[in-house]
Ligand binder design. Structure first.
Ligand SMILES: Cc1cc2nc3c(=O)[nH]c(=O)nc-3n(C[C@H](O)[C@H](O)[C@H](O)COP(=O)(O)O)c2cc1C
Length: 195
């Protein structure tokens, strides 16, 4: 019997950012997507994540800041590279930064919290796709650069789990090769003693 959730999960995939266009989700849809994004496993209920929404002109301003920062770090950029940086956040009509916000805890390590932030990014993609929108989860150089993170609204102790690009695409993105399940799954059996 067909199960729509299973069908959805079996066929979900990302859309290249270059193919993601307007319209963006409505404000109501965005609110719903964010509600779903935070509904993730979270050891200790620490909520070690938050979200930054980049829309409208703010996307263009973010790109300008990144282009200027890169020029400061690397010297003058050629025209194509500058253009690439200027458009970083302006390609899709909506970008949501999923921010990992570590919480000090005596028992719960940071890596578990980071995984929860990753789950939030995945849930965000699922929610966008379920509402009929295309998505793509990326990080890129500006996630790994503390000056860039600061320009993009993160504080010093925070990290990027992803920048999820969201919008419309009428065509279904091509499927990409996936590993065979047998290649990545083993069934555990306890090691035998060598004595
Ligand atoms: C944490 C994370 C960071 C990523 N960063 C990038 C990136 O910077 N640039 C890129 O082209 N793809 C990046 N990707 C891959 C894209 O999400 C890619 O389009 C996706 O893996 C396609 O797989 P799917 O169709 O199963 O969603 C990243 C993926 C993950 C999970």
């Amino acid at each position: 019997m067909s199960n729509p959730v299973i069908d959805f999960l079996q066929t979900r995939r990302s859309t290249p950012i270059s193919a993601i266009t307007a319209p963006a989700p409505s404000q109501d849809e965005l609110n719903q997507m964010l509600q779903i994004a935070i509904r993730v496993p979270d050891h200790g209920r620490l909520a070690p994540w938050r979200f930054i929404v980049y829309t409208g002109d703010a996307r263009v301003e973010a790109g300008k800041l990144l282009a200027d920062l890169l020029e400061k770090k690397q010297g003058p950029l050629d025209e194509a590279r500058r253009e690439q940086e200027l458009k970083r956040f302006a390609r899709a009509p909506l970008v949501i930064g999923v921010v990992f916000k570590p919480v000090e805890h005596e028992r719960i390590p940071e890596w578990e919290q980071f995984l929860s932030a990753g789950a939030a990014a995945m849930n965000l993609c699922h929610a966008a796709n379920a509402l009929g929108y295309a998505s793509n989860w990326i990080t890129n150089w500006y996630s790994d650069d503390s000056d860039a993170r600061s320009l993009l609204g993160l504080s010093e102790d925070e990290r990027v789990a992803g920048f999820v690009h969201i919008g419309t695409c009428d065509k279904r993105a091509p499927e990409r090769p996936r590993p065979e399940v047998e290649e990545v799954v083993t069934y555990y059996s306890a090691p035998t003693s060598k004595e």
